[in-house]
Design a binder for this molecule. Structure first.
Ligand code: HEM
Length: 406
């Protein structure tokens, strides 16, 4: 199979369900290979890392999309994402990122730990109640989604009553991050973008009038002190991004982690018994079944390469994070799930200028949640067939039934 056929297969339902055999086919073509006219794909750890860190490989921002994707701005989902840091390049990226980083600090995240612990125990209580009669409980809905949404909403300052309606809105919006052939698939994403944007416009207005100790108030204040540094549409786009990036991915980290524990009883016993550390477990879940499987970049400079493959002006590059995390050049027995690995450094949070702002928060949530879940339910077991979400970029489960009580 050539590179183009592999990418085509990745976009089918079977490919999305289990992309790993296709990644190995791609690896057979080399760490970087051509996959279409002006398109290359990277599957090597070194090569993906190198491209992520090279700021000359840019993301598809609004200027580029205007040029190459006429009509993109008719989709409010795409337009909104293109105003966020995720889809901006220098100088706008650095300007917005430094403002957001100034309020989304390591200290603010570390201070959340007691709230994370409390939320974990509250959700475990609810699961215990739901499954007390031995009936299956959906781990995704009852826990994996609720924990991160609760935590990010706490951080942002979104009132408790509003939180749970975000699951379907966020899920609809993330369709705009997938590689899709047909823009008609974006109707729900556009509606979600409009609704989320109006929601945050209202919340920002409230916080402008009555500031509180939360991230929305802090961002509104920096935006107000220097309008030129963060416009209103940028403020809203980045608030929506923080909300969506903050739980879609972490939900999948928790779900993928539990599914791996069920498949690897020795890891489950090790985590329960304390011979494996929660941090080592989390890193290995990130490596083995990354919640973000790929990202892409564009070369706007002649003379660039990824690995040995040239990427002249106008070349698009798929950076297959999920494949790089299983590169045999970088990892011994990459196909083995082994939470005792040292020095794992998966690329699941990206790298370089767009390195994930929430990596510390996501790790904190997983490190607290997974041992607490096992400690709370000594007989935790699968409660039915799990169903994967039909997505490639954001990889996770739609449902993952468990029984908490025999
Ligand atoms: C397991 C959980 C997570 C994973 C796997 C993940 C993964 C990633 C990746 C791969 C990128 C870079 C994308 C690229 O280079 O194109 C990224 C960026 C980002 N992430 Fe995360 N993320 C996670 C959790 C979070 C959380 C909890 C938050 C916020 C609370 C967050 C906020 C962001 C933001 C704002 C960016 C954009 C940074 C920029 O463009 O400068 N993420 N994330």
């Amino acid at each position: 199979m050539d590179g183009a056929a592999i990418v085509e297969q990745l976009m089918t339902e079977d490919g999305r369900n289990d992309p790993y055999p296709l990644y190995e086919l791609a690896r057979g073509l080399g760490p970087v290979s051509r996959c279409g006219e002006d398109m290359i794909m990277a599957v090597g750890h070194r090569e993906v890392n190198q491209a992520l860190r090279n700021a000359a490989f840019v993301v598809a921002d609004s200027d580029l999309r205007e040029r190459w994707e006429p009509g993109f701005a008719d989709h409010s989902s795409k337009l909104m994402l293109s105003r966020s840091i995720l889809e901006s390049n220098a100088p706008h990226h650095a300007r917005m990122r430094s403002l957001i980083a100034s309020v989304f600090t390591a200290r603010r995240v570390a201070a959340l730990e007691p709230a994370v612990v409390a939320a974990v125990h509250r959700l475990l209580d609810e699961m215990a109640e739901q499954g007390a009669d031995g009936s299956p409980v959906d781990f995704m809905d009852s826990f994996a989604f609720r924990l991160p949404v609760g935590v990010i909403c706490e951080l942002l300052g979104v009132p408790e009553a509003d939180r749970y309606r975000f699951r379907s809105l966020a899920s609809d919006l993330t369709a705009a991050l997938e590689i899709i052939a047909d823009d008609s698939e974006l109707v729900a994403a556009d509606e979600a973008a409009d609704e989320l944007s109006s929601y945050f416009a209202e919340l920002a207005a409230q916080r402008r009038a009555h500031p509180q100790d939360d991230l929305v108030s802090a961002l509104v204040q920096v935006a107000a002190t220097d309008e030129a540094r963060l416009s209103e549409p940028e403020l809203l786009a980045n608030l929506v991004l923080l909300l969506v990036a903050g739980f879609e991915t972490t939900t999948n980290l928790l779900g993928n982690g539990l599914a791996l524990l069920f498949d690897h009883p020795e890891a489950l016993a090790g985590l329960r018994g304390g011979t494996l550390t929660p941090a080592g477990f989390t890193e290995e879940v990130l490596r083995f079944d990354s919640p973000v499987q790929l990202t892409s970049r564009i070369s706007l400079t002649d003379g660039l390469r990824i690995g040995e493959v040239e990427a002249p002006y106008g070349t698009g590059a798929f950076l297959l994070i999920g494949a790089a995390n299983r590169d045999p050049v970088r990892y011994e027995h990459p196909e083995r799930f082994d939470p005792s690995r040292r020095d794992s450094q998966p690329l699941s949070f990206g790298g370089g200028p767009h390195y994930c702002l929430g990596a510390q928060l996501a790790r904190l949530e997983s490190n607290v949640a997974m041992p607490a879940l096992l400690a709370r339910f000594p007989a935790l077991a699968p409660g039915g067939e799990p169903v994967r979400r039909d997505r490639l970029v954001l990889r996770g489960y739609q449902t993952l039934p468990v029984v908490v009580q025999p």
